[in-house]
Write a protein that binds this ligand. Structure first.
Ligand code: NAI
Ligand code: MG
Length: 330
């Protein structure tokens, strides 16, 4: 029996979470769900975007599923705060091309490893006279920790066994100097893994030109965030991009996308990013066989090109596509 914290949030977060719960209900595994509030609607109701109760539920569960939250004016981000509370320092964002989906290349398979606790997302901005300053925190400790995760992943992946470090140390000499140096320090422990590093601007171009050349990509918080939306765009959009936030004690799983107000309420959100995030959660819980089956079911439904949501060129509703995927499992 696994205790799972369910935090749906706002907009399509709620719609894709329904898909995830439907899927989990159909599996031959016992779950006990605990529900927590977060996001803009929660703020309007409770005056906070992340109530203590939600943090408590997440901390006392075996894993947490998060949908998406709409940003609240004047308030810090609940998902960034939750990641910090749970000390989930590694954000893993796999990117893969699917047969049946318009992709820039058809052999893309890499994973972005994004540092989750510091960088420009320290959320410490302040005014000093006529200057508005955002703090960019980089520590050797966190940089080495995230690089180590990237190398471990590369070692266990059946791919190119390569880690690419992305930074901007030609301009951010001190902060990204530490990030890059930490990467090469850790690399010494993994002589069997190929290393390379690129400036983030060039990397944005290489991802478009040669995305098949990458295996594991490690970067700081903001760069990792931007490159993951770009990468999702290479393979068909945010509807296909899952993620897992991993720490020593907790696992928090969420789609890469936000609450998508442009399509919210229409029940046409692609459920795949949430479903694949749920599969990542099952893997984390040790249910790797079921996770693999879910991945295969997603691949099958997408490649058949029959029941697809509008972002993939079809006209299916969120739950129609979800049911098609679940039907492949049972
Ligand atoms: P977004 O990721 O919500 O949407 C970007 C575009 O991708 C939109 O055109 C949307 O329709 C499309 N899209 C996203 N997910 C999709 C899905 N599952 N199926 C089909 N199409 C999908 O980013 P946006 O519009 O910049 O932000 C909207 C709100 O979400 C903002 O308030 C933002 O702060 C918040 N946000 C929250 C995140 C989170 O909770 N983790 C992450 C990113 C943004
Ligand atoms: Mg993002």
């Amino acid at each position: 029996m696994y205790d799972i914290a369910i935090i749906s949030g706002d907009g399509i977060g709620k719609e894709v979470m329904e898909a995830s719960e439907y899927l989990l209900d159909k599996l031959d595994i016992n779950f006990s769900f605990k529900y927590g509030e977060a996001g803009f609607e929660c703020f309007k109701k409770n005056g906070t975007t992340l109530p203590e109760e939600t943090i408590k539920i997440a901390k006392s569960s075996h894993a947490t599923l998060f949908g998406a939250s709409t940003s609240t004016p004047g308030q810090s981000s609940p998902i960034i705060n939750l990641r910090k509370e749970l000390e989930v320092y590694a954000n893993l964002r796999p990117i893969k091309s699917y047969k049946g989906v318009n992709s820039i290349k058809n052999d893309i398979d890499f994973i972005i490893v994004r540092e989750n606790t510091e960088g420009l997302y320290s959320q410490n901005e302040y005014i000093d006279d006529d200057k508005v300053i955002a703090e960019r925190v980089i520590t050797q400790k966190a940089s080495e920790k995230i690089s180590d995760i990237a190398f471990k992943l590369a070692k266990n992946r059946d791919k190119q066994k390569k880690v690419t470090c992305v930074h901007k140390s030609n301009v951010l000499k001190k902060t990204d100097g530490v990030f890059k140096e930490s990467f090469y320090n850790v690399a010494k422990k993994y002589p069997q893994i190929t290393t390379e590093d690129f400036y983030v601007d060039a990397m944005a171009m290489y991802l478009v030109l040669n995305p098949q050349n990458f295996d594991v990509i490690v970067s700081s918080n903001l760069f990792g965030d931007i490159l993951s939306d770009e990468s999702a765009g290479l393979v068909g959009g945010l509807g296909l991009a899952p993620s897992g936030n991993i720490g020593n004690k907790h696992g928090l799983f969420e789609p890469v996308h936000g609450s998508a107000p442009d399509i919210a309420g229409k029940n046409i959100a692609n459920p795949v990013s949430m479903i694949l995030s749920t599969a990542m959660m099952l893997n984390y819980l040790g249910e790797s066989e079921t996770a693999l089956k879910i991945n295969k079911a997603v691949e099958k439904v997408i490649s058949e090109c029959k029941i697809l949501t509008p972002d993939l060129g079809g006209n299916a509703k969120t739950m129609e596509m979800t049911k098609a995927i679940v039907n492949e499992l049972i």
